[in-house]
Structure formats: structure tokens, C-alpha cells
Design a protein around this ligand. Structure first.
Ligand code: ADP
Length: 430
């Protein structure tokens, strides 16, 4: 029996002990009055405390405390402590939940939690943006009502979540998502969503590149094999033999150029950032003019303009290769009698190297793709001119490594201008 109950009984007994002699010696009614008065006082005391507890229970204020009287003091104290503990536990949990949600929001991957009916319980902002969801309105909605692509619905309902699903966006973008579903807490599902657009694009580029290289090398190889067979099987006279050998040498030279350009590209890609050694631009421009003249064989007017104000900081072999490619293209794509102008000048932003020609020009629709590997406007013309389709890819890569931008302006039948713009950090004043 609790001490409070014993105390209440003792007080009732005390009232009785006082009431009995009063009833015996004074009058019965007086005894009852004392006894009832004692009990009444006790009840009033308990009611007062009970009312206090009742009021407090509606709005338990832990800071103000809860003070009881007599036996109630202990009860109130325990209740008060219990309430305080509970509140601090709840506050700690709230804090943990807030931090957990903040961590989920900070994830660069999308996260969507689904209940056992595949309805949305939670999603972070990344997932909202990836799947076009809105947490405020979509909570409780079945995910398949919002992401309706059949392959996603089949993946979700199929139940085989060993591998992620690659989903191409059907919302007007070329975004590619990798969605991996992980079951949790029994029948519930957690969707982890990664944006793999870039990786997918790189994969596609790699596949295209391998296919292009194979194709580019197969053509001269087939021609070579054909000539070899002819030479082995047919008894040709000396002149024909020589003609065949010349054609074979041309094809093997072509393969050599392709392999050389591929090696150049790969060495640029894996090379450390270019140095900041000063490249003497007067010498370089002079060399480019001489090389251009050699390639032209007197068919073009090759001009060089150098304002003599600055040199360039960077890797000389890379810059020679990039600028050389631009000059060679200008010569190769300019009919005889045309002009090729090589320019080097200081600009307010840094410096500019440009090659301008009066050649065949390029239709505007091709310009954005010119620096792609193996992209040519006219495949036959490029081949006849000894091109590999890798020249401008090498140029763009080398320039990027020197923080330079390539600007191409061209008009069919009028000519082209390829300009490399270098920032001030790459310029060495004279
Ligand atoms: P290629 O080895 O075929 O010349 P590039 O990458 O150097 O390859 O150039 C890509 C394509 O851009 C060329 O095939 C050609 O069609 C076009 N091109 C490049 N430079 C010029 C130029 N100066 N005038 C006209 N067309 C050009």
C-alpha cells in the first residue's frame, strides 16, 4: 500500500479518534460533525490539488514547475520530472530528425521514400527536380501516377531490384537517370536516383570514337589489301606496278597520319597542364608562314601580321601543333590563287591568334560540330586534301588547356576565320 494511502487512512482514523470522545461526552451529532469535518477538510485538500493537476495536465508548463501540497508534492514532483524528461527526449528526437532531413536534402543524389502501397512518403529537392515531383503536394500520391514511363512502372512492380534502371527523361530534356530501388522496413521502398547524363554521354562518345577509328582505318586497309592481292595475282608491267605501289604508299601514309593524330590527341589528354614558359611569337609566326608556304607550293599568298606587342605563355609543341593545324587547313581548303593571313595581336582581354582565308568557307550549320573528332563537312574533299578529321579536335583541346577559346567565323564561297583568344594570364608582355 502506498504511503499516501496510509497517510489518508491515518488522517481518517485521527478524525475518528477525536470524534469518538466528542460524540460520547458532548453529543452524537457533535462527534459526527468532527468526523465529517475532518474528512471534508481532507477532501477539500485533495480536490484543491487534484484541480491543480487537472489544470496543469491541459498545459504542462515545465519551466514554471508544478508544486503540490503534502502527499501531492511527491506525486507532482515525479510527474513534473517525467514530463521534463519526455520533453527533452522529444526535443532531441526532433533535432535528430531535422538533421537527418537536412542531410537528405544536401545529397546530390535524389531520394524518394515510398510506403508499402508505393505512395510517396518523402522526397528530397534533388528528386523533386529530377522527377518533376513536389513534396508539398505529392506526398501520399502513388509514384506511378507521377512517373509514368512504362519501363519504370515495370521495374517498380517487377520486384527485381538487383540492378538499377537507366531511365531516359521524357520531360523534354536529354537527361538520363539511374534509379536504384532498395527495399527497407519490410515492404517499403527507397528510390536512389543518380543523374548519369554525363557518364552516358561519355560512354556514347567512346563507342562512337571506337567505331569511327575502326572505320577510318578500315578504308585505307581495304584499299591496301586489294592492291596487294592484285600485285600478288596479276603479272603487271613495271609502270603499272609502280602506280600500284604509289597508291599503296599513299594509303599507308594516310593510316600513319590518322595514328599520328590519335597519338597527339591522346598525349594532350593525358599530359599535365601546360607550362607557362614564354613562347617567342615572332619566331613562331615566321615558322608558321614558312610551313604554310611550303604546303601551298606557291599556289597561295601567305601573309603574316604580328603587332609585336607580346609573347605567349604555354607549351610550345602544343601551340605549334594547334596553330599549324589552322594554317594547314586554311591552305588545304583555299583554292589556288587565294590568300591566307596569319595574325597575332594584343587585345583588351589578352591576345588573339587568327588564321583567315579566302577559301571555300563552311555552312553555318556545320560550325558547332567542326571540333568533334572525325567530323568533316565533306568527307571526300577532306580525304583528298589529306585530312584525318582530327585536326580541329586537337586544336580545341590544346587551346582549352591554355584557357583559350576558339572562335570560328565562316561563309561558304567567301572564306573562314579561326581565332584563338587567350586570356591575360597567358600573355607575356614585351
Ligand atoms: P580535316 O583533317 O578533315 O581537315 P579538321 O578537324 O582539321 O579535319 O577539320 C574538320 C573539317 O572542318 C574539315 O573536314 C573541313 O570540312 C572543315 N574545315 C576546317 N578548316 C577549314 C577551312 N579553313 N575552310 C573550310 N573548311 C574547313
Amino acid at each position: 500500500m502506498s504511503s499516501q494511502l496510509i497517510r489518508a487512512l491515518l488522517l481518517a482514523l485521527l478524525s475518528m479518534v477525536i470524534a469518538l470522545p466528542v460524540g460520547h461526552f458532548i453529543a452524537h451529532w457533535a462527534g459526527w460533525l468532527v468526523f465529517c469535518g475532518g474528512l471534508g477538510l481532507q477532501m477539500a485538500f485533495h480536490f484543491r490539488n487534484f484541480a491543480r493537476l487537472d489544470r496543469w495536465s491541459y498545459q504542462p508548463i515545465v519551466d514554471a514547475g508544478l508544486e503540490g501540497e503534502g502527499a501531492w508534492d511527491g506525486i507532482f514532483g515525479r510527474l513534473y520530472r517525467h514530463e521534463k524528461e519526455l520533453r527533452s527526449q522529444i526535443a532531441e528526437r526532433d533535432d535528430q530528425i531535422v538533421r537527418l532531413f537536412a542531410a537528405l536534402q544536401a545529397l546530390t543524389d535524389g531520394v524518394v521514400a515510398l510506403d508499402f502501397n508505393q505512395q510517396i512518403v518523402y522526397c528530397n529537392t534533388t528528386a523533386e527536380e529530377q522527377l518533376g515531383l513536389a513534396l508539398s503536394t505529392d506526398v501520399g500520391q502513388p509514384i506511378v501516377n507521377l512517373v509514368r514511363q512504362p519501363e519504370f512502372v515495370a521495374y517498380l512492380t517487377g520486384g527485381d531490384f538487383e540492378r538499377p534502371l537507366t531511365l531516359r527523361s521524357d520531360r523534354g530534356s536529354d537527361r538520363v537517370l539511374s534509379i536504384h530501388i532498395v527495399p527497407y522496413a519490410g515492404n517499403r521502398r527507397l528510390m536512389q536516383i543518380k543523374d548519369v547524363t554525363q557518364t552516358d554521354r561519355l560512354d556514347q562518345m567512346r563507342r562512337d570514337f571506337v567505331a569511327n577509328v575502326s572505320h577510318e582505318l578500315r578504308t585505307p586497309l581495304t584499299v591496301l589489301a586489294g592492291f596487294l592481292e592484285t600485285l600478288q595475282e596479276i603479272d603487271l608491267d613495271k609502270a603499272d606496278q609502280q602506280r600500284y605501289l604509289d597508291l599503296m604508299a599513299e594509303q599507308s601514309k594516310r593510316m600513319e597520319s590518322i595514328v599520328q593524330d590519335l597519338l597527339t590527341l591522346s598525349s594532350i589528354e593525358s599530359a599535365p597542364p601546360p607550362c607557362t614558359d614564354v613562347v617567342d611569337m615572332s619566331n613562331l609566326i615566321d615558322k608558321l608562314r614558312r610551313d604554310g608556304e611550303a604546303l601551298s607550293g606557291g599556289r597561295h599568298r601567305i601573309l603574316a601580321e604580328n603587332d609585336g606587342m607580346c609573347d605567349l605563355r604555354g607549351s610550345e609543341p602544343e601551340l605549334v601543333s594547334a596553330f599549324g593545324n589552322l594554317v594547314a587547313n586554311a591552305v588545304r581548303y583555299t583554292p589556288a590563287g587565294g590568300t591566307v593571313r596569319i595574325e597575332w595581336k594584343r587585345t583588351p582581354q589578352g591576345a588573339e591568334f587568327a588564321v583567315e582565308d579566302t577559301g571555300i568557307g563552311i555552312d553555318a550549320k556545320h560550325i558547332p560540330r567542326l571540333t568533334e573528332r572525325f567530323y568533316r563537312v565533306d568527307r571526300g574533299r577532306s580525304r583528298d586534301a589529306g585530312g584525318t578529321g582530327l585536326g580541329l579536335a586537337i586544336v580545341k583541346h590544346s587551346l582549352n588547356r591554355h584557357q583559350a577559346q576558339l572562335e570560328i567565323k565562316s561563309a561558304p564561297g567567301v572564306g573562314s576565320r579561326f581565332a584563338a583568344r587567350f586570356p591575360g594570364s597567358r600573355v607575356a608582355s614585351l
